[in-house]
Write a protein that binds this ligand. Structure first.
Ligand SMILES: Cc1cc2nc3c(=O)[nH]c(=O)nc-3n(C[C@H](O)[C@H](O)[C@H](O)COP(=O)(O)OP(=O)(O)OC[C@H]3O[C@@H](n4cnc5c(N)ncnc54)[C@H](O)[C@@H]3O)c2cc1C
Length: 446
C-alpha cells in the first residue's frame, strides 16, 4: 500500500493556519497527511494586539487554538530550525528533543509550505537589544500593558523627580500600523487609568512617536496620515517625523534631532524582516532575504516547495509598476494561504496551479477608543465612523465564530463597565510569592 503524501506546513500564523484549514477541507481521506509545526499551539490575530494591550479585548480571545480548528491535521508544537529541501527534511526542535538532548528530530516531507512570517527589523542602536520592547506577539502585548500600568505605579510612589519623569515617558519607534495603534490604544488606556491616581495627571505623561520618514500610516494614504498626526498631536502625543532613535542606553532615549528623553519604555515597531529560519534553508532568496516565489506561490525554480506571507517576496500582478511585490500584511497573507493550499492540492492531482492576484481593498487603523482612519474601496473616512469600520472589519476577519462572539462580548462589557487598570506584573514571575513563603525568594525591591 502506498503511503499518503506528507505536506509539512511550517508556521501556524495567517498563511500556515489558513493553508492548513483549506488543505484539511479539500484533501480526500488518505490522499495526504498534513503536519503543522508552530512554536505556539495557537495563531495570533495581530491586528487586535493593540486592543489586547489596552485591555479592550482579552488576550485569550485574539488567538485561535490550532488543535481545535485543525482536527484533521497533526499539530506539532516546536520550531523548524533548518530545512534541507534537497533531501526533503526539516530539522525540528520540540520539547521532547530538547529534554532528551539528542539533537533536532528529522521530519521527512513530500510537499513543503514554508510560512514562518517575519521578526522585528532591528538596527545596531546602542541599548536597543538590552532595553527595547517588541510588539508582535500576544505575550509582548500583555507585557507592555502591565509595564505601562506599572510605570504609573512607580511614578505615583517615588519621591525622585527623575525616576518619575522617566517612568511617565513612553517612546514608540516606528509609525506603521503596529506602532501607531499600540501607542494610541495604550495612551488612551493610561490616560483613563490616571483618574485613579491621586498624584498622576494625564498631562504629566509624555508619549513620543518617532518616525524616520515624513509621514505615518503610509497604508492609509498621505491625507489620512496627516490627519492621524494632527489627531495624535491634539492629544498631546509628541509626533516627531524625519527623526530616528540614535541610542537608548541607561534609560535615556537619544533622538537624531538631539532630544534626550529619560525613559523606561522604548517600544520598537520599525518594520519587519523575514524570519531567520528562511536563511537556514537551501531555498532561493531575494536580496532582502525573502523567499523568492513565483506568482503561483511556488519557490522559484524549485519543485514541491511553496511559500507566502511576510517571509516571501510574492509578485504583485495587480500593480502598474513592473516587478512590484505584495506588501507584508494580513490581507495578502490570508488570501495567499488559501490559494497556496489550492495549488498544492491541484499539483498533487496532476493539475496546474493558479497565480495569485489581489489588489488591496484598503486599510483601517484605530487611533484609540472612538478614533480612527480608514481607506476602504477608495473611500477615506476618519474619526468615529472610521473607528467603527476598523472594529467591524477586523471582527469580520477574525477566524471562527467562537472568537468573534468572545471579542464582541469583550467590547460590550468594556462599554458597559469601567476599564481594568491594575498591573499584573507578577504574571512574569508567578513563583515569586511561593519562593518567598518557602524562604528561597527575594524580598520585593523597596
Ligand atoms: C501589531 C500588529 C498589527 C498588525 N495590524 C495589521 C493590520 O491591521 N492589517 C494588516 O493587514 N496586517 C497587519 N499586521 C501584519 C500581519 O499581521 C502580518 O502581515 C501577517 O501576520 C503575516 O502572516 P504570516 O503568516 O506571513 O506570518 P505570521 O502570521 O507572523 O505567522 C508566522 C508563524 O510562523 C511561526 N514560526 C516562526 N518561526 C517558526 C519556526 N522556526 N518553525 C515553525 N514555525 C515558526 C510563528 O510562530 C507564527 O505562528 C499587523 C502586525 C502586527 C505585529
Amino acid at each position: 500500500m502506498t503511503q499518503p503524501a506528507r505536506i509539512l506546513v511550517v508556521g501556524g500564523g495567517y498563511v500556515g493556519m489558513y493553508a492548513a484549514l483549506r488543505l484539511q477541507r479539500r484533501l480526500r481521506r488518505g490522499e495526504a497527511e498534513v503536519v503543522v509545526i508552530s512554536p505556539d499551539p495557537y495563531m495570533t490575530y495581530q491586528p487586535f494586539l493593540p486592543e489586547a494591550a489596552a485591555g479592550s479585548v482579552a488576550p485569550a480571545h485574539v488567538i485561535v487554538p490550532l488543535r481545535r480548528v485543525l482536527p484533521r491535521c497533526q499539530v506539532v508544537v516546536g520550531q523548524a530550525r533548518r530545512i534541507d529541501h534537497a533531501r526533503r527534511v526539516a530539522y525540528v526542535s520540540t520539547h521532547a528533543t530538547r529534554s532528551e538532548g539528542g539533537g533536532d528530530a528529522e521530519l521527512r516531507y513530500d510537499e513543503l509550505v514554508l510560512a514562518p512570517g517575519s521578526v522585528s527589523r532591528t538596527l545596531p542602536i546602542p541599548g536597543l537589544a538590552e532595553s527595547g520592547i517588541g510588539f508582535k506577539t500576544v505575550e509582548e502585548a500583555v507585557g507592555l500593558r502591565n509595564h505601562v500600568l506599572a510605570q504609573l505605579d512607580i511614578a505615583s510612589s517615588t519621591r525622585d523627580v527623575e525616576v518619575r519623569d522617566a517612568a511617565l515617558t513612553f517612546v514608540f519607534v516606528g509609525g506603521g500600523f503596529a506602532g501607531v495603534e499600540a501607542l494610541a490604544e495604550l495612551e488612551d488606556m493610561a490616560r483613563y487609568a490616571t483618574r485613579y491616581y491621586h498624584n498622576v495627571l494625564p498631562e504629566d505623561m509624555r508619549w513620543v512617536l518617532v518616525e524616520a520618514s515624513d509621514r505615518i500610516l503610509p497604508e492609509v494614504g498621505a491625507e489620512l496620515g496627516r490627519y492621524a498626526v494632527r489627531e495624535l498631536r491634539g492629544r498631546n502625543v509628541d509626533v516627531r517625523l524625519e527623526t530616528r532613535l540614535a541610542s537608548c542606553e541607561k534609560r535615556v532615549a537619544v533622538l537624531s534631532d538631539g532630544a534626550r528623553l529619560p525613559t523606561r519604555t522604548v517600544v520598537w515597531t520599525a518594520g519587519v524582516r523575514p524570519h531567520p529560519l528562511v536563511a537556514a534553508t537551501d531555498l532561493p532568496r531575494d536580496p532582502h532575504g525573502r523567499l523568492r516565489v513565483t506568482a503561483a506561490l511556488r519557490l522559484d525554480g524549485t519543485e514541491h516547495a511553496w511559500a507566502a506571507g511576510d517571509a516571501a517576496a510574492v509578485p504583485d500582478l495587480t500593480a502598474e509598476k513592473p516587478g512590484a511585490e505584495c506588501a507584508p500584511n494580513a490581507q495578502h497573507a490570508v488570501r495567499q494561504g488559501r490559494l497556496l493550499a489550492d495549488n498544492v492540492v491541484a499539483t498533487l492531482r496532476g493539475g496546474e496551479p493558479r497565480e495569485y492576484r489581489h489588489a488591496l481593498i484598503g486599510s483601517v487603523a484605530s487611533l484609540g477608543l472612538h478614533q480612527g482612519v480608514a481607506h476602504l474601496y477608495g473611500r477615506q473616512v476618519k474619526g468615529y465612523p472610521a473607528w467603527l469600520m476598523h472594529r467591524l472589519y477586523h471582527l469580520s476577519r477574525l477566524p471562527t465564530a467562537n472568537r468573534k462572539a468572545r471579542v464582541l462580548s469583550d467590547w460590550t462589557l468594556a462599554a458597559l463597565f469601567k476599564r481594568e487598570i491594575a498591573a499584573l506584573g507578577s504574571l512574569e514571575n508567578p513563583r515569586a510569592e511561593f519562593e518567598l513563603a518557602v524562604g528561597t525568594g527575594r524580598q520585593p525591591d523597596q
